[in-house]
Ligand binder design. Structure first.
Ligand SMILES: C[S@@+](CC[C@H](N)C(=O)[O-])C[C@H]1O[C@@H](n2cnc3c(N)ncnc32)[C@H](O)[C@@H]1O
Ligand code: SF4
Ligand code: SF4
Length: 276
């Protein structure tokens, strides 16, 4: 019997930015944009609580667009939760509330000047992103991390970013290896490259993680952003029923045998990181 312990819950399907390397940012997600209903969240939360060791309260999308994101963290207690955010909506009040509820926060900040920053974080304001880090630090967010998704166009500002983080007293700041979708106009930087997968058998998505969409639909992992592989719904079924269904068992076995389904062949970029 397989039991998931890490949950990815899509609280928001939508974003305030338009990053060219993100399926939400460039409208590759064909599902209707929406916030998770509170009632849907409660059904999901009650079902995952017995198993969850950690809950990510976002998939693609910007979690701080959800007006009840803090309530969600509170409702899931004592389970630890985390979010990643582009930081654009972090005011002093938001930072204070995030710190008080104890959620882990990762800020995505990939530029030093506005000109370079907005090449990826389209419609974003670099000053707001740095301010967000400052405010989250000031209020002492439990586990604060800052990640610089490093592409060819912004690699030359990585040192300035790291220096700034150092000056601000951010202990957990680092570059992140990107994925580069075909045709998105972005390029890898030397040393920050993801390679084509050849060992799907290493995938752990279906042995420890459950990924739940905005309407409660369980899907194979966040790479399946249009849910080509729907595995069941937490609105009607329980966690273990879905995770141990024939469909999921077959997928798990196929992945283990390095025989991935079409969706993995097409969309997987999760674990193919390598440094050159
Ligand atoms: C899809 S975002 C969702 C949360 C939030 N909107 C944000 O951007 O932080 C989740 C994580 O993916 C990262 N990310 C976005 N585009 C990426 C890319 N092309 N390659 C690797 N990571 C990326 C973000 O920086 C963030 O750490
Ligand atoms: S801010 Fe996050 S969710 Fe929004 S478009 Fe960029 S990477 Fe995607
Ligand atoms: S897309 Fe990749 S990470 Fe997701 S289930 Fe398939 S092989 Fe695993």
């Amino acid at each position: 019997m397989y039991k998931p312990r890490l949950f990815v819950v899509e609280t928001v399907l939508g974003c305030n930015l338009q990053c060219p390397g993100c399926p939400i940012g460039v409208n590759l997600v064909t599902r209707k944009k929406k916030l998770m209903d509170w009632d849907t969240f409660i059904i999901i939360a009650d079902k995952i609580k017995p198993y969850a060791e950690y809950v990510y309260l976002h998939e693609w999308g910007e979690p701080l667009l959800h007006p009840r994101i803090i309530d969600m963290v509170e409702y899931l207690k004592p389970i630890r939760c985390g979010i990643a955010t582009n930081g654009q909506l972090v005011t002093d009040d938001v930072a204070k509330k995030l710190a008080a509820c104890g959620v882990d926060v990762m800020v995505s900040l990939d530029g030093y000047t506005q000109e370079v920053y907005e090449k990826y974080r389209a419609k974003g304001d670099v000053k707001k992103a740095y301010k967000a880090v400052e405010l989250l630090l000031k209020h002492d967010v439990k586990d604060l991390a800052v990640r610089y998704v490093t592409f060819k166009h912004n690699q030359h500002e990585l040192d300035s970013f790291m220096k700034k983080m150092n000056e601000m007293g951010i202990k957990n700041a680092s570059p992140k290896v990107p994925f580069v979708m075909e045709g998105c106009g972005l390029e890898y930087a030397p040393g920050y490259v993801r390679e084509t997968p050849d060992k799907f058998s290493q995938c752990v998505a279906l042995t420890r993680t459950m990924t739940v969409g905005v309407d409660g639909t369980v899907h194979i992992c966040c790479n399946d952003y249009n849910m080509l592989g729907q595995l069941g719904s937490l609105m009607t079924h329980d966690v273990l029923d879905i995770y141990n269904s024939e469909v999921v068992n077959n997928l798990r076995r196929d992945l283990k045998n390095n025989l991935p389904p079409e969706v993995c062949k097409q969309y997987c970029w999760s674990w193919r990181t390598s440094r050159k």
